[in-house]
Design a protein around this ligand. Structure first.
Ligand SMILES: NC(=O)c1ccc[n+]([C@@H]2O[C@H](COP(=O)([O-])OP(=O)(O)OC[C@H]3O[C@@H](n4cnc5c(N)ncnc54)[C@H](OP(=O)(O)O)[C@@H]3O)[C@@H](O)[C@H]2O)c1
Length: 330
């Protein structure tokens, strides 16, 4: 089968179209003919992981080392990127009961990757389910990563109707889903992003948008019940005055400092820090599918690139011009 393979870390130039062995499903697995996959944060990180120092890594050092070992110290251990997909079940293992040949599915494989390929096997109890009926393969492929993490993390902050919520990083994979989900939960949503993506975040349904290159939201005098920081670009000391009484600052990316802040704010004060890791579970994917079918989450696609132009797709995302999701069609 055809796949995009990389054997060394580096720029998008390391991504090459190659012929690799087609996988065969085990008894408990399904073989998926992939129709579309996406370029997300994880793909960009994994492609050049060697260049990410512990300081640049968005998580504590004790996550960096295992991640570096898992991805490969000097060269990638897993030569095919792609952590989310949509496609069709081509064959099922003898013990499979949840799926049938011809089912249209979508799913998330996380750091297991290997979705930049014509085929991929998944265990039937993995993070894969029937594709939302109202989405094309291209639209469905960009939904899982951002939506399952945003849903799980917003639930950890116990988001409530009527709350004022600020999403710092509202135009990215997790943030764009978080904007839509926070609206679905009945919140008044402010999205913070860079200048080129203000219109995109408005189109997602944000009530207000803030351009982080022009305005520091902590200086506006506005207060929020929840500040959800995706990349960990803000700090609790600066955001404290922007939180209402009993307000929460939720970090999807955090360092030791935020972990200590979580500890002491759990004991003292009425404003809390929460650092959370979401599991990326099948249950969340099924909830996401239902929300997509109810029209609560949409996939705004910027560009689609064919598989053989995966390097071009990475270049486009790296340039920072994207206005929505970037799809790779297979
Ligand atoms: N906790 C968990 O369970 C979990 C799970 C998965 C991932 N993560 C973490 O989530 C992060 C990736 O999130 P993602 O996929 O949404 O990333 P992404 O798609 O790259 O989006 C990054 C967002 O951050 C914004 N941004 C960049 N610089 C900023 C600044 N100085 N101030 C405010 N916003 C800024 C970007 O805005 P513009 O593009 O408009 O400039 C964009 O909206 C990683 O750190 C990863 O470790 C956490």
């Amino acid at each position: 089968m055809k796949a995009i393979v990389y054997t060394e870390y580096g720029s998008p130039d390391v991504l090459h179209l190659s012929e690799v062995e087609k996988p065969a499903p085990k008894d408990n697995e399904i073989l998926i003919r992939i129709h579309a996959t996406a370029v997300n944060f994880g793909d960009m990180l994994a492609r050049n992981f060697k260049a990410v120092s512990p300081r640049q890594f968005n998580m504590p050092f004790f996550f960096w080392l295992p991640a570096r070992l898992a991805f490969g110290l000097s060269k990638p251990r897993q030569p095919i990127l792609g952590s989310e997909f949509a496609g069709e079940v081509e064959a099922v293992g003898t013990a499979v009961t949840r799926f049938r040949q011809g089912d249209q599915v979508f799913g998330y494989v996380g750091e297991g990757m290997r979705a930049y390929a014509e085929y991929r096997c998944m265990p039937e109890d993995g993070c894969v389910t029937l594709k939302p009926a109202n989405l094309s393969y291209a639209e469905a492929a960009v939904i899982p990563y951002g939506s399952i993490y945003a849903l799980s993390l917003l639930r950890k902050a116990n988001i409530q109707p009527g709350q004022k919520v600020l999403i710092n990083g509202a135009s990215g994979g997790i943030g764009s889903a978080a904007v839509q989900l926070a609206k679905h939960f009945g919140a008044e949503v402010t999205g913070v992003c860079g200048t080129p993506r203000l219109e995109f975040v408005k189109a997602l349904g944000a009530d207000h948008v803030i351009d982080y290159t022009k305005e520091d939201f902590t200086q506006s005098g506005e207060t929020y019940n929840l500040i959800f920081d995706i990349l960990g670009k803000s700090s609790f000391s600066r955001c404290k005055k922007s939180l209402k009484s009993k307000g929460i600052q939720l970090f999807a990316s955090f360092k030791m400092k935020q972990l200590f802040q979580m500890l002491w704010t759990s004991l003292l004060g009425d404003k809390k820090v929460i650092c959370a890791i979401a599991p990326g579970s099948l249950a969340d994917l099924i909830s996401v599918k239902e929300l997509v079918e109810a029209g609560k989450i949409k996939a705004i696609i910027d560009r689609c690139y064919p598989l053989e132009q995966a390097a071009e797709a990475h270049r486009y995302v790296e340039q920072g011009h994207k206005q929505g999701y970037v799809v790779i069609t297979v």
